[in-house]
Design a protein around this ligand. Structure first.
Ligand code: XMP
Length: 516
């Protein structure tokens, strides 16, 4: 298959995968390579263009990440972003200065050269997102200034050499016309056709998995959610019955989920699934624990133990297990990585951190570079049912991070009932697919109420509904009052143990989506 590829060299920016995503949105394939990738490796992709990402370093740092300057002479167009601009400037004889003050946030950029292909069709002034310390102070020979803010350089180009660079980040949401700029680069400058599809992703991923796994045996931890289902179907497509899926009841699933997930995936997707009910073991681990991270770690640890046991058992039956599939997505990767900077660990997601070291299994993570909406697109292409694909994300530690304080079997049962009502009412209002996540949280706060002639003293449920693009940021959803009213009435009337319902109106940041 002859795929037109844009090669993105990553200098350690938290935004690099966003560049790849913006390109995939245009049906153009891109590959992210570490900036240190040898020139031969880059050339092997026969890229139609190269993008040099941003990065947290200064080109003068002793350990500044560096690419082979040969990338600037490959004969294909180059776009430098932020650190990429500094790299180009530094290596082609210009000067980069340590700016006295870090520039971080919104800025207005004036386009000086509206003829340059990169800015085609853009207005004279555009809003952008800046995040840098250094700045280019002297341009390399042959370069011209193409854009500037009121006090700094914002864009340079050498059209003869087919090199363009911008100081700001066109790939982030806060640069509203960024996608236009990226389109100008990939279509106008690199000549991309835009004929890359989800089917291509599936084809290349399936082929890669087949080659990697060979005759090995693979297990997959299913959660019932979109990510692990899509990952499992991809792997199943590649190696068929060499894959066995394991679905663990960790005691903090939603009501009836253990049964319905198995039915759904076996009947609709034909996967080989082993259902393991370990709820008692998990709940024992959670007894007396109130700290959120400890909950995650206990659940993660138990998961690993259950997996080890199941893998050993399956290995005995099938003559060995070598691989574990995980539906890790890009937002999980950056939120779990321990690199310093804005994407440092916020919550340790047990499905990424710690697992590979403890397990004797190697990892297959076919969705690692993708965002949620892209995973849905891939799933749709493979014919996965809409009700599986449309399912809102559910965290690995399940209801445990939605029960503030200690997780007890009684509290799990109470929250399962409340959660079922929230989901049912949101579905019947036709809102389920428009909302990123909607759920109930059980608070360890008891208050006084009155039911008929009876005084009650029971827990509080918080209802949470958020809109989000990828879980990294989120806005609380203004649910219609009548929906809130039905949810509240039903919870208080139908769920024994809850007598008060409140609505969470916190966005992320500063809040997180889950309460713990
Ligand atoms: P937060 O609460 O960090 O959540 O804003 C962002 C997204 O991640 C999910 N989440 C988790 N998923 N293991 C998971 O698999 C976890 O420990 C975990 N914590 C949060 C959350 O539901 C939301 O979609």
């Amino acid at each position: 298959m002859d795929t037109q590829t844009i090669a993105i060299l990553d200098f350690g920016s938290q935004y690099t995968q966003l560049i790849a995503r913006r390109i995939r949105e245009q049906n153009v394939f891109s590959v992210v390579l570490p900036c240190t990738a040898p020139l031969e490796e880059i050339k092997a992709y026969k890229p139609i263009g190269v993008i040099l990402s941003g990065g947290p370093s200064s080109v003068y740092d002793a350990d500044a990440p560096a690419a082979d300057p040969g990338v600037l002479k490959l004969g294909v167009p180059v776009l430098g972003i932020c650190y990429g601009l500094h790299f180009i400037t530094h290596h082609l004889g210009g000067k980069v200065l340590s700016a006295p003050k870090r520039e971080y946030g919104h800025a207005d950029v004036h386009i000086k050269d509206r003829e340059t292909a990169l800015f085609k069709g853009l207005p004279e002034t555009i809003q952008v997102w800046m995040s840098h310390g250094d700045e280019a102070s002297e341009l390399p020979a042959g370069f011209k200034l193409t854009a500037a803010t009121s006090n700094a350089l914002a864009g340079i180009a050498n059209e003869e050499r087919r090199i363009w660079a911008v100081q700001f980040h066109p790939e982030v949401h806060h640069t509203p016309l960024g996608p236009e700029l990226i389109k100008n680069f990939i279509f106008g400058i690199c000549g991309a056709k835009g004929d890359w599809t989800a089917a291509h992703f599936i084809e290349t991923t399936v082929a890669a998995i087949r080659e990697k796994v060979g005759k090995g045996h693979v297990i997959c931890g299913l959660s019932g959610g979109v990510d692990s289902s899509v990952a499992a179907v991809l792997v199943h497509k590649a190696i068929g019955d060499q894959l066995t899926c394991i679905f663990v009841n960790n005691g903090v699933l939603r009501k009836n989920e253990f049964e319905s997930v198995q039915r759904n995936l076996r009947d609709k997707l034909g996967l080989k699934i082993v259902g393991v009910d370990s709820s008692e073991r998990f709940l024992k681990q959670l007894a007396g624990v109130t700290d959120p991270e400890t909950k995650r770690k206990r659940i993660g640890g138990e998961f690993i133990a259950v997996f080890d046991e199941e893998a050993t058992r399956i290995a005995k039956e099938s003559g060995g297990v070598d691989w574990l599939v995980q539906g890790t997505l890009y937002p999980d990767v950056i939120e779990s990585s321990s690199v310093k900077g804005p994407s440092q660990t916020i919550k340790s997601h047990h499905n990424v951190g710690g697992l590979p070291e403890k397990m004797k299994l190697k990892l297959i993570e076919p969705l690692r570079d993708l965002f949620k909406d892209e995973v849905r697109r891939i799933g749709r292409e493979m014919g996965i049912a809409e009700d599986v694909l449309g399912r809102q994300p559910f965290p690995g530690p399940g209801l445990a991070v939605r029960i503030v304080g200690e997780v007890t079997p009684e509290r799990v049962a109470i929250l399962q009932e409340a959660d079922e009502i929230v989901i049912a009412e949101i579905k019947s209002a036709g809102l389920y697919n428009q909302i990123w996540q909607s759920f109930a949280v059980l608070l360890p706060v008891k208050s006084v109420g009155v039911m008929g002639d009876q005084r009650t003293y029971a827990y509080t449920a918080a209802v949470r509904a958020v809109h989000s693009e990828d879980g990294m940021t989120a806005d609380w959803t203004p649910l219609p009052y009548d929906v809130l009213k039905r949810i509240s009435n039903r919870i208080v009337n139908e769920v024994r143990g809850i007598n008060r319902v409140v609505y969470d109106i916190t966005s992320k940041p500063p809040g997180t989506i889950e309460w713990e």
